[in-house]
Write a protein that binds this ligand. Structure first.
Ligand code: GBH
Length: 489
């Protein structure tokens, strides 16, 4: 029985949703067209091409601003239901300020949304995917708590204009990585305020998210009837040595410092930051002569205001990492505060173009189960990103294997671990500007020819594979065996 169950293929549950995702800066191009203002990623790539692997930028990207109809058609061709895209704040408000609204920006997203609907697809919109209007950054960006009212004003314009047709919302994509733009230099705005800036930005992002959730609740939900969440990234941290209590402890701390930082205030019964973060950051701060903790604190009214501000759990999951206790990074810094080090992962296969990305499907199953255990079984989980990076070839066998084995372990989470996973959105629909990797590493189900002024799109093997999955609603049984093998590594 055990082996029959182990190698069993599961059928996707009825009503299970499939989709593919993109983000504005990574795909649209048209960076200075039709009244769009400049974002922190325009600035970051223009001023620091040295921080991008191939010195490139998203000025033109995949030209989706012009070719969105083809992109939407591609989602439809694969038999999926959801198209996840993001709205560029500086396209809607060139300076990020609510007194100047760029009608052409509104028109553009109206066209995108209407095209999605006329293809019988479901639009899922990310309100903010890292492209902050530069003018707001000049005022401090997420480190200035006035960002909360500016973000709310922006979201209000979004709900007013698009909420009649968009029912799935993501407020902020991966606040964890946006916070790293304040902690280090790799991500815009590249502030390099280690141990301070990231916590401050995160604090204001959590409050801004909650504020927008309450805005929707009060003014839009009864009419628009949508669902709101924010996307949480998490690479599953596994103890370097399973039998070492030190390493196990490191894995627990890492889960709280990466996922718990944002998820605990919103999804846990008690709310607020994880205790281990509060304790460690406060202790290190006081010992170093700070009169207070570098981790800002929420008042008890704020804890209540933030708790429960999500309608589903939006999970972005890619790889796993081995962790152990140890000290690294400048003093003070997020890394030092966590006291966790990554120890490499020799036994796991990984992407050749994105070294951080391991092919470890069990990590997806484990994190889903962890979320259920930590935050309660009532949360419905929607996988809003999962995907694989390579060099962009059409014959993308590794991507097919990655998607198949991750979906297999996701189905185990559903059927064996009894977790509520309601959908799976592949990152990404098309090859795109991959942040600091530029165009050297891409995630598309469709290839984009970046040398072609027309940016020709061509389905990869993985696109045909996904089309087959949505049709048969079953993963070929061969992958059950591959998944079991990978899970033992
Ligand atoms: C997602 O972030 C983003 O939401 C999406 O826009 C992006 O295209 C996609 O992933 C793929 O990266 O090079 O070792 O310093 C996922 C989190 C952030 C994980 C960047 C890898 C680089 C690590 N990713 N990070 S490293």
């Amino acid at each position: 029985i055990v082996s029959a169950q182990k190698n069993r293929t599961f059928t996707f549950p009825q009503g299970f949703l499939f989709g593919a995702g993109t983000s504005a800066y990574q795909t649209e191009g048209a960076h200075d067209v039709d009244g769009k203002g400049q974002s922190i990623w325009d600035t970051h790539t223009h001023e620091h091409p040295d921080r991008i692997a191939d010195g490139s930028n998203g000025d033109d990207a995949a030209k989706s601003y012009y070719k969105y109809k083809e992109d939407i058609e591609a989602v439809k061709e694969m038999g999926m239901q959801i198209y996840r895209f993001s709205i560029s704040w500086p396209r809607i408000m060139p300076l990020g300020l609510p007194n100047i609204i760029n009608q052409k920006g509104i028109d553009h997203y109206n066209s995108v949304i209407n095209e999605v609907l006329s293809n019988n697809l479901i639009p899922m919109a990310t309100i903010y995917h890292w492209d902050l209007p530069q003018h707001l950054q000049d005022l401090g960006g997420f480190a200035n708590d006035d960002i909360i009212i500016y973000y709310e004003a922006y979201a209000k314009v979004i709900f007013e204009n698009f909420g009649d047709r968009v029912k799935w919302w993501c407020t902020i994509n991966e606040p964890y990585y946006q916070a790293f733009g304040y902690e280090g230099t790799l991500f815009a705005p590249g502030l390099n305020s280690t141990g301070i800036g990231g916590y401050l930005a995160a604090h204001n992002m959590i409050k801004a998210h909650a504020r927008v959730y309450h805005l929707y609740e009060k003014q839009y939900r009864s009419k628009q009837k949508g669902r709101i969440s924010l996307n949480m990234p998490i690479d599953w941290p596994a103890p370097r040595d399973k039998t070492s209590t030190q390493d196990q402890e490191a894995a627990k701390i890492e889960l709280e410092f990466s996922l718990g930082w944002f998820a605990h205030p919103i999804y846990s019964k008690e709310g607020d930051y994880p205790q281990v973060m509060k304790d460690r950051i406060s202790n290190f701060s006081l010992a170093a002569g700070f009169p207070f903790s570098r981790l800002p604190s929420f008042t008890s009214a704020e804890v209540e205001y933030i708790r429960g501000t999500a309608d589903y759990f939006a999970l972005n999951q890619y790889g796993s990492k081995h962790v152990a206790k140890g000290e690294q990074g400048p003093d003070p810094s997020f890394d030092r505060d966590s006291g966790v080090v990554m120890t490499g992962n020799k036994k796991w296969p990984s992407s050749r173009t994105s070294k951080w990305e391991t092919i470890t499907p069990k990590g997806l199953r484990d994190i889903i189960a962890w979320i259920r255990k930590e935050y309660g079984e009532e949360w419905e989980i929607l996988i809003t990103e999962n995907g694989f990076a390579d060099g962009g070839q059409l014959n993308d066998t590794l991507r097919v294997g990655y998607l198949a084995t991750y979906m297999t372990d996701m189905l185990k989470a559903i059927y064996i671990d009894k977790c509520k996973v309601i959908g799976y959105i592949v990152w990404s629909l098309i090859d795109s500007f991959e942040w600091m990797s530029g165009y050297t590493s891409t995630f598309g189900l469709y290839q984009v020819d970046f040398k072609d002024p027309e940016r020709k799109r061509t389905p990869k093997q993985s696109a045909y594979f996904m089309a087959n999955i949505t049709k048969t609603r079953e993963i070929p049984s061969f992958y059950a065996i591959v998944t079991n093998k990978l899970d033992k590594l």
